[in-house]
Design a binder for this molecule. Sequence first.
Ligand SMILES: *[C@@H]1O[C@H](CO)[C@@H](O)[C@H](O)[C@H]1NC(C)=O
Ligand SMILES: *[C@@H]1O[C@H](CO)[C@@H](O)[C@H](O)[C@H]1NC(C)=O
Ligand SMILES: *[C@@H]1O[C@H](CO)[C@@H](O)[C@H](O)[C@H]1NC(C)=O
Ligand SMILES: *[C@@H]1O[C@H](CO)[C@@H](O)[C@H](O)[C@H]1NC(C)=O
Ligand SMILES: *[C@@H]1O[C@H](CO)[C@@H](O)[C@H](O)[C@H]1NC(C)=O
Ligand SMILES: *[C@@H]1O[C@H](CO)[C@@H](O)[C@H](O)[C@H]1NC(C)=O
Ligand SMILES: *[C@H]1O[C@H](CO)[C@@H](O)[C@H](O)[C@H]1NC(C)=O
Length: 461
Amino acid sequence: MKLPTGIFLVSSLVGAAVATPLAPVPYNISLVESNKLRRVLHRKALYEHAKEFQSFADSTSVRNRVAGSIGHNLTVDYIYDTLVATGYYNVEKQPFTYVFSEGNTSFSALSTKYASEYMTYSPSTGGSTLTAQLVKVANVGCDQSDYPELTGKIALISRGICQFGPYVPVASISGANGTALVAAIEAGPVQGSLLVNSTTEVRHTNNVLATTKGGDQNNIVMSGGHTDSVAAGPGINDNGSGSIGNLEIALQLTKWLVKNAVRFGFWSAEEFGLIGSRYYVENLPEAERAKVALYLNLDMIASPNFGYFVYDGDGSTFNITGPPGSGAIEHLLQDYFKEVGLPTLPSNSDGRSDYAPFMEAGIPIGAIFTGAEEVKTAEQAALWGGQVGVAFDSQYHKAGDDINNLNQGAWIQNTKAAAHVIATYARSTETIPKRSLPKRAKRDNKHAISGAYGSEPVHIA
Ligand SMILES: *[C@@H]1O[C@H](CO)[C@@H](O)[C@H](O)[C@H]1NC(C)=O
Ligand SMILES: *[C@@H]1O[C@H](CO)[C@@H](O)[C@H](O)[C@H]1NC(C)=O
Ligand SMILES: *[C@@H]1O[C@H](CO)[C@@H](O)[C@H](O)[C@H]1NC(C)=O
Ligand SMILES: *[C@@H]1O[C@H](CO)[C@@H](O)[C@H](O)[C@H]1NC(C)=O
Ligand SMILES: *[C@@H]1O[C@H](CO)[C@@H](O)[C@H](O)[C@H]1NC(C)=O
Ligand SMILES: *[C@@H]1O[C@H](CO)[C@@H](O)[C@H](O)[C@H]1NC(C)=O
Ligand SMILES: *[C@H]1O[C@H](CO)[C@@H](O)[C@H](O)[C@H]1NC(C)=O
């Protein structure tokens, strides 16, 4: 295993003893300051970690880092071993299982083979192609009354807003092709042929959690990102970039003390529905949840045709307000980006990434990201440069999301913004409203480092 080059303090020792905790840092260590932490974050160190992630994907025949696969396990071990070696964190792997699914589809009608895609968890057509009459489902299929008699037929449903779970084989085609087929059905009967070839199985995987040994363990500042990719590719921007940003901040933070404990979360199985982060939050006893002061999420922070998006924690733009304190995190990020001369736009906290379980648990959240499959507008290009009419990440969820699919400038800027949030709250969370600890928790914690939120920093053991 190749270790990161960015840890100037301890790198020679780390190389010698990967899994052995190091002795306390041998110099006069002081309380972390945002500008000092940001100054030791370099794009080269991020890129070195990215090369490791890419090599984990490349070491497999499928070239991905899907949760529980070899490429992902190597990623988890790399993060775990690197953080253990600092001696600064209590590091744990949190095992859990999830239902993995992948598949291929083929769909033809009117003598045309359509570009079709697999829908996660769809069962297969049993190794054969099914040919049947296509029938149109009314509206977007949210109500039972939208459905005609479907026995022995292939239903054509316009994708709408209702939640669904596939119980019969399902494939998707584009809206334009679907609309054209509906027009054809209305003119007369149309036969379609569908093949879905899928596997679904229970897989084992791990979250990694690293908490500073120092700092107030009753007031924990959390930052997280997901470590797994989709099956289609190596997932270096999505979301290698977010977990790598967190990893490098975690490594550099070891040069300072923290007043509040800092915990980094590296989630698995995000791509199957935020499974790792949800597992973590749901399995945290209530008293432990109350100790999490806030959660910052880093997802896709190096998109090639990037924008600087800050999640709308105060609800002022999208009217979805995060738990109290989310507005303060948003403003801290906005003020920071403004100070360094980078314009931002708000992004909707619509719950499609790992901050959602924290939000649901009432924990204040913040998040930054550089854009996914949406197309950059002229107004956005005027703010940030880049290509109008092109996706922020044209390789989103594709094989091309590899080591070359990174904007290193946006990546280091976002990593520094995250470092600013972490360093600021590691010193004080006074702008974040306190949530009350349940009574029993107070008794449980009488031996914790101090119990007082404003306590002096405590050096690591
Ligand atoms: C450590 O640094 C602090 C603040 O810079 C200083 O007051 C103190 O004397 C230093 N202690 C040692 C042992 O050098
Ligand atoms: C990855 O790790 C999990 C959990 O430790 C293990 O169950 C699984 O077999 C590993 N996968 C591979 C492909 O080795
Ligand atoms: C789908 O196709 C890919 C690449 O062609 C293949 O690696 C994978 O095993 C297939 N999966 C299933 C379940 O058919
Ligand atoms: C289907 O739709 C997509 C995108 O709208 C288009 O690229 C493709 O050419 C269409 N036709 C077929 C046969 O897939
Ligand atoms: C389904 O996918 C598997 C794995 O890629 C492959 O071995 C098998 O031939 C495929 N079956 C069909 C019917 O395409
Ligand atoms: C914002 O959302 C709340 C409830 O979620 C709703 O009552 C209110 O009308 C919304 N305001 C606007 C301006 O849409
Ligand atoms: C990384 O996380 C989330 C990823 O898949 C998800 O929507 C998207 O896949 C990536 N990131 C973002 C924005 O959340």
